[in-house]
Design a protein around this ligand. Structure first.
Ligand code: ZN
Length: 392
């Protein structure tokens, strides 16, 4: 017999919700619409006040809020609705099959398993009496691309009129596959678009045009040198070094045409204390000093670095919950960036904590181990039934 959380994970894996920014189409498997409707209905069937928030056309978040005895503070639980793309998967992506102690399929570990555990833990805690503070559950769209949903929510939250939460946001927990390690920090991301302009001409007379690929080739090499320099800067004690890579390159239309434009994208992982705009300016200046070419450097999107006060009581409370089910108390940092980046304007604990492993997320045969998923639910329940560590 599968546990309730395993079944819920299975059902949600079967609802395709690939981040639509991977493609322009909004039909399933692209888009979070169907998943949002399912989560909202599930909450409402369990007498929790689920609401759809429209972030952008076809891009919904789901929010449920339960009032606590202390109306002045709110603990936010957050997980995401979208998944990465399903290209190149070696299993049927939306199979949601239980086999060999695992639930298989896209999103099983990132993020539908952790979301399922969070939904059930939220329900169970709200149905008990004596919620000490307000408790909210947010399921976001867009986490896997540019944090569309969490950014929208954070912007609403920062407006004093029309805030979607009662009371003051006191802490937030983000469900991601962390193997029940308590993640207290991750690097941010700055994504930059480099563009060179040229002039097209027939390739039999290249001197009549201006080839946009040559200056970009020099810029790509310069970015490689810049990345090598980052490795010589002082590392963060837990997060290590900043890294930068050219990850996308586009230039040219046809073999017999001199290309009139070329673009490259740079993904730069930044440490706490860094600002995306300053990073953009820094690379811009580096390219100007190294090259004589005209290269436009534009900030496309960013995730802020996340960092926490390690002495905060909520960290101890989460470590207690993890230890009770796994026997381990592990604080760690995360490799990727998360929705927590949208909340850096609040000086509150932003912790990433959930069942499943990043090693089996985004993979060709994504899965989550059912016993780990069950443990995740128990850990969330233990935490929510105890002291949340936000009383002070
Ligand atoms: Zn995730």
């Amino acid at each position: 017999m599968l546990s309730e959380v395993a079944k819920l994970c299975q059902t949600m894996v079967r609802i395709p919700s690939v981040n639509p920014q991977a493609k322009t189409a909004f039909q399933p498997p692209y888009g979070e619409q169907q998943m949002a409707r399912f989560v909202c209905n599930w909450l409402n069937e369990h007498h929790l006040d689920g609401q759809i928030q429209t972030v952008a056309p076809n891009r919904p978040n789901v929010l449920a809020v339960a009032p606590g005895q202390n109306p002045a503070k709110t603990l936010l639980l957050c997980a995401h609705l979208d998944t990465v793309d399903v290209r190149d998967m070696t299993i049927e992506p939306f199979i949601g099959q239980a086999r060999d102690g695992r639930i298989l399929g896209r999103g099983s570990s990132d993020d539908k398993g952790p979301l399922a555990a969070m939904m059930i833990a939220f329900r169970d805690r709200v149905h008990k009496d004596n919620l000490p503070h307000n408790l909210a559950l947010l399921a976001t769209c867009g986490e896997e691309f540019d944090r569309t949903g969490s950014d929208f929510f954070a912007t609403q939250l920062s407006h004093h009129t029309n805030s979607p939460l009662p009371g003051k946001l006191a802490a937030a927990i983000f469900a991601e596959p962390t193997n029940l390690k308590v993640i207290f920090a991750h690097r941010g991301v700055v994504r930059l678009l480099l563009t060179t302009q040229g002039k097209s001409a027939h390739s039999s007379r290249p001197e009549k045009g201006k080839n946009a690929i040559y200056p970009m080739a020099r810029a790509v090499t310069a970015v490689e040198n810049f990345a090598a320099e980052l490795a010589h800067r002082p590392p963060h004690p837990q997060l290590g070094l900043e890294t930068a890579s050219v990850t996308v390159l586009h230039g040219g239309q046809q073999v017999n045409v001199v290309p009139d434009s070329c673009t490259a994208q740079v993904d730069w992982r930044i440490l706490p204390g860094r600002d995306a705009q300053q990073c953009r300016d820094e690379l811009n200046l580096f390219l100007k000093n190294q090259l004589h070419d005209d290269i436009a450097v534009e900030l496309i999107n960013q995730y802020d670095p996340v960092d926490n006060d390690l002495e905060h009581n909520i960290i101890a409370a989460l470590l207690d919950a993890a230890e009770a089910v796994t026997g381990r108390r592990e604080k760690a940092v995360f490799a990727g960036a998360t929705d927590a980046s949208a909340f850096t304007r609040w000086n509150i604990p932003k912790i990433i904590f959930g069942p499943g492993s990043l090693h089996t997320a985004h993979t060709q045969d994504e899965y989550i181990e059912i016993d780990k998923l069950d443990q995740g639910l128990t850990a969330y329940q233990k935490f929510l039934n105890g002291n949340w560590g936000i009383d002070e």
